[in-house]
Design a protein around this ligand. Structure first.
Ligand code: F6P
Length: 371
């Protein structure tokens, strides 16, 4: 292809701390270092379908370096390869309207599409790449469960806010000799709960990778009583499960690529503990989306810049069809085909139940509800 003149950004899926910082750094470097024009489609692929975009300038993005959310807004539903339409009989039929997206990119003079998203959004990015569109992916997941990269922006911010919750719950739990369960997002990976729980001194951490029993937690609470520590804060990953496989699903979002939304596990664990423990009151809190919002952590501001600059570098080198990744301390890239292939066979990055971090936590007395 000829020289790149214009690039377009698009963010899809749920918002994630760091998206704005990435949008800012891509825009600034693309304009000032490489002389590209930059536009941003709004509401993810919906904007691409409806040709709804805004011009991104250095001035427009300057102040968003630490703001959570995304100035391009997001949609976790639109899939141009499988769009629902109502036919004349009122039935919902799915159609592939991706050609409209390809045509809109052409009309707008876009040479490269930069897609910020998780599995679902990047799957469409791969499919656009297969249709000949020059695509660069920048992974987005605060859950830290993408196998292709050691870390993504968002996780550290979520962990920091989660840590603050656990810290605060410790002081109030201690005052009232209570047991308090705090639910933390993370879907089917326990990274946020493990890190926030450990950093915030939760003495019990429940994660999806280690099935738990109420009996084990009751024993742990009794042991703490004996040790003169008559309070317990429990970090509960929303996707954790009981030893018999029980999970708590908050709602099903039918038209989402990943329809299950977990919510309510901390409340159930609290109810079960209240029935099993006599000498402590039990409470539960669910900060939910609060760990996704607000200003982002300082480290996420840096890593967002690094992901962004690598993406623009890949554009300048014509290395399309790739996703920016972090391996060790090196910014690098993997092919969209490989990243999506891994995700499709369920190869997510999970906490190793017998790994170093879990062992370290156990060594300082943290209960995972499994003994
Ligand atoms: O994947 C990010 C995440 O925040 C998960 O941790 C959580 O389970 C999910 O998204 C919540 O999705 P929604 O914003 O659709 O409720």
């Amino acid at each position: 292809m000829g020289k790149v003149k214009k690039i377009a950004l698009l963010s899809g899926g749920g918002d994630c701390p760091g998206l704005n910082a990435v949008i800012r750094a891509v825009t600034k470097a693309a304009i000032s270092k490489y002389g590209y024009e930059v536009i941003g489609y709004v509401y993810g692929y919906d904007g691409l379908y409806k040709n709804n975009y805004i011009e991104l300038t250095e001035q427009k993005v300057e102040g968003i370096y630490k703001e959570g959310g995304t100035i391009l807004f997001s949609s976790n539903k639109t899939n141009l390869f499988d769009m629902p339409f109502e036919d004349e009989d009122g039935n919902i039929v799915k159609r592939d309207v991706s050609d409209v997206g390809v045509e809109n990119l052409k009309q707008a003079g876009v040479d490269v599409l930069v897609v910020l998203g998780g599995d679902g959004t990047l799957t469409s990015a791969r499919d656009f790449a297969r249709k000949g569109v020059n695509v660069i992916g920048i992974p987005k997941t605060m859950d830290n469960d993408l196998a292709a990269t050691d870390l993504t922006y968002g996780f550290i911010s979520a962990m920091s806010v989660g840590t603050d919750f656990i810290d605060r719950l410790n002081t109030t739990a201690k005052s009232h000799h209570r047991v308090i369960c705090c639910e933390l997002m993370g879907r089917d990976a326990g990274w946020i709960a493990l890190y926030a729980g450990l950093a915030g001194n939760a003495s019990c951490i429940l994660i999806p990778e280690i099935p738990f029993s109420i009996e084990s937690i009751v024993k742990h609470v009794a042991k703490r009583d004996e040790q003169g520590l008559p309070y317990t804060v429990i970090a509960v990953a929303e996707g954790a499960k009981y030893a018999d496989g029980t999970k708590v699903i908050g709602k099903i979002v039918e038209d989402s690529p990943d329809p299950i939304r977990y919510s309510g596990l901390a409340q159930k664990v609290a109810d079960d503990l209240e029935a099993a423990i006599e000498n402590h009151e039990v409470r539960s809190v669910n900060p939910g989306h609060i760990i996704r919002g607000g200003d982002i952590d300082a480290y996420d501001r840096i890593i967002s810049i690094r992901f962004a600059i690598k993406a623009v570098e890949l554009i300048s080198q014509g290395l399309f069809g790739n996703v920016v990744t972090l391996k060790g301390n090196d910014m690098t890239y993997s092919s969209l085909e490989e990243v999506i292939g891994q995700a499709k066979v369920g190869k997510q990055k999970h906490v190793d139940p017998s790994g170093e971090l879990v062992m370290a936590a156990k060594a300082i007395g943290v209960c995972f509800g499994d003994d």
